[in-house]
Design a protein. Structure first.
Length: 214
């Protein structure tokens, strides 16, 4: 217990860093994921190709490699940002590919007649998607999106290897101070449980309120 009590501020700082990474990356992933899902079902061929390439490349690229590409590659092109922002970009873009596929699967569950009815009323593709299709699709994809964001929270641990303040990185200074490595990781695990269970609770509430009855 003294591992936690003696270093509570360090654990709190790491936990806050993980929460910030998770929140900001989740917002980016959701925005890009819904956008790419829209591209993948768009009537414009170039948008469908772009969405397909985005998903294919990111889903088949190791996240660690993506971190290297963003944190070490972008500065070579003159893009200099705080490491935390680079980490948010890497996590958000990577996770957006999985959000996209979850949303696209939800879109496919919406009867085609819904879109045809909207178009017969003179609605554009954007209006049909945003006002008719996506609201119905979202109800069926709440659980997979929640699972994807939980995975994002755990994937944020990689950021600690790139000088970003997060929960897993707290083991390094504690190990140097001679604390038990076992109890150090026990309290790190508790911190991740707090984050992931919070996400799970939020999506359970969303599912009960807006999810499709089963």
């Amino acid at each position: 217990m003294n591992v936690l009590t003696d270093n509570f501020s360090l654990y709190a700082k790491g936990l806050l860093g993980t929460v910030e990474l998770t929140v900001y990356s989740s917002l980016l992933a959701l925005a890009l994921g819904f956008l790419m899902a829209s591209f993948r079902v768009a009537p414009v061929g170039s948008l469908r190709v772009f969405g397909t390439v985005w998903v294919t490349v990111l889903r088949n690229t190791p996240l660690t490699l993506l971190f290297f590409a963003v944190l070490l590659g972008l500065p070579r092109f003159g893009v200099v940002l705080p490491f935390q922002l680079f980490a948010v970009l890497a996590l958000g873009c990577y996770t957006s590919a999985f959000i996209c596929e979850a949303v696209r699967s939800g879109i496919n569950t919406v009867p085609a007649g819904q879109g045809e009815a909207a178009r017969s009323l003179g609605m554009t593709f954007g209006q049909t998607l945003s006002l008719v299709v996506l609201p119905q699709a979202f109800r069926s994809v709440i659980p997979p999106i929640g699972s994807t964001l939980i995975a994002l929270a755990k994937n944020s641990a990689i950021a600690g290897s790139f000088s970003v303040t997060e929960l897993l990185g707290t083991y390094k200074p504690l190990n140097e101070l001679g604390y038990s490595i076992v109890w150090t990781f026990v309290w790190i695990a508790v911190g991740y449980l707090i984050v992931t269970l919070s996400i799970s609770a939020i999506f359970n509430v969303l599912e009960k309120r807006w999810g499709v009855p089963r």
